[in-house]
Design a protein around this ligand. Structure first.
Ligand code: HSE
Length: 309
């Protein structure tokens, strides 16, 4: 039986513009790594090797809370030792908390001989996501675990639909400012008009159809958000200028990544994705805001094993 495992958990892009809290995709870069061992000691012992100063109190640490949810379902298991090496900056909008939650539960499940299915792992990881954002939304966790693009039809009970996307390049702009998901959720008005709802569900349906039909033009038309983006874009400096420049550079579409401040753009090829990256850099070089960009692609596998013994 395997006693130690190291996994890579990918960054994810939640919402996919029109699908607030229900759609998300996994990307190949960046990834966090987690080493998890079965332990004879009771409970969870967790260390971080990164410099993000994440909470060391298990009750406040996303990985520990998610793993505890799994441990609570395993009366025959004493505990786990975990070493987290995070690269995805917390508060970036590319699923740092989801990676923390999903990576450790997937790793632990390998040590337990795949005792749980993917949906059960999402459910455990949601306990961790809840302490990060104050909500049990699975739109980062599901793609982190399943890979590709996922649609959450229902959170209670969980109903996750894994969609196989056509090849897509992804360009990410990450302004080095922090937007806490919980804060980006507090600014949202709790009610939408019937007209906004009609536009939004038409776009979500069209986006799913575009993905399944490999119809890039339809996907582009569907990547419109009349509800959340207008309220949240004020948190992202130069949002409209970046978006316009990326569309002119050949993006299919894109917008805020998760709760921001990261932005993402989809394109058909890596060559286009690099043009879009240049367009992002061109806009941000005129500001005094530090930023990073990534050109990557869709991660079709979700959390993957790097090594085991
Ligand atoms: N759907 C969530 C939100 C994702 O937009 O608040 C946060 O990571």
């Amino acid at each position: 039986m395997m006693s130690e495992i190291t996994v890579a958990a990918p960054a994810t892009i939640a919402n996919l513009v029109c699908g607030f809290d229900v759609m998300g995709l996994a990307i190949n870069e960046p990834c966090d790594t987690f080493t998890v061992k079965l332990s004879n000691a009771k409970g969870i012992s967790l260390k971080h090797t990164d410099g993000f100063n994440l909470p060391t109190d298990n009750a406040k640490n996303i990985s520990a809370v998610a793993l505890q949810a799994l441990l609570d379902a395993c009366p025959d298991v004493n505990g786990f030792e975990v070493v987290c090496h995070k690269v995805i900056k917390p508060g970036s909008g590319i699923g740092s908390s989801a990676s923390s939650a999903a990576g450790v539960v997937v790793a632990a499940n390998y040590l337990l001989n795949q005792r749980f299915d993917k949906k059960a792992l999402v459910d455990f990881a949601l306990a961790g996501e809840y302490i990060a954002s104050g909500a049990r939304h699975a739109d980062n966790i599901a793609p982190c675990i399943y890979g590709g693009i996922t649609l959450i039809r229902s959170h209670k009970p969980l109903d996750i639909i894994a969609l196989t996307p056509p090849p897509l390049a992804v360009t990410v702009l990450h302004p080095q400012i922090e937007v806490r998901t919980a804060d980006a959720r507090k600014i949202l008005k709790p009610h939408v008009s019937m007209q906004q709802a009609i536009t939004q569900w038409a776009n979500v349906g069209a986006l799913v159809a575009g993905i399944l039909q490999s119809n890039y033009e339809l996907m582009g038309r569907a990547l419109q958000d009349v509800i959340v983006e207008p309220m949240r874009k004020i948190l992202i400096p130069q949002f409209d200028t970046v978006k316009d420049a990326c569309m002119q550079a050949g993006a299919i579409g894109g917008g805020i990544s998760g709760a921001g401040p990261a932005m993402f753009m989809l394109s058909k090829t890596e060559k286009e994705a690099k043009q879009i990256e240049l367009a992002m850099q061109h806009v941000y070089n005129k500001t005094d805001i530090a930023y990073r960009t990534h050109v990557t692609s869709i991660n079709m596998n979700g959390v993957r094993v790097i090594s085991n013994t």
